[in-house]
Unconditional design. Structure first.
Length: 94
């Protein structure tokens, strides 16, 4: 089991950056394979949404993660992703 600590607004300058960093750590392609959809678009995608382009962060390999979601949803997503890939993660919203 892998261990990771992600504390929103502490690891990075904001929750969106912490969320994107977590996705990068896990592997954006692995996360994309889960098929998570937020705001009617894939959480991790190769496509840039005309509506959410300012809220899609580059996570490498031509993939982008949508960060325009509530912090509580980011936490839920991190926990879900961690369970799917057997990653021991601690998430604190501070």
């Amino acid at each position: 089991m892998e261990n990771l600590v992600a504390e929103c607004k502490k690891c990075e300058k904001n929750a969106a950056e912490t969320f994107a960093k977590f996705i990068q750590h896990v592997g954006a392609e692995r996360v994309a394979s889960l098929g998570i959809v937020r705001n009617k678009i894939a959480l991790v995608s190769r496509d840039i949404s005309p509506i959410y382009s300012a809220s899609q962060k580059d996570v490498g390999n031509g993939l982008y993660v949508l960060t325009n979601i509530p912090i509580a949803t980011k936490k839920e997503d991190i926990l879900y992703i961690a369970r799917q890939f057997n990653i021991n993660v601690k998430v604190e919203i501070i």
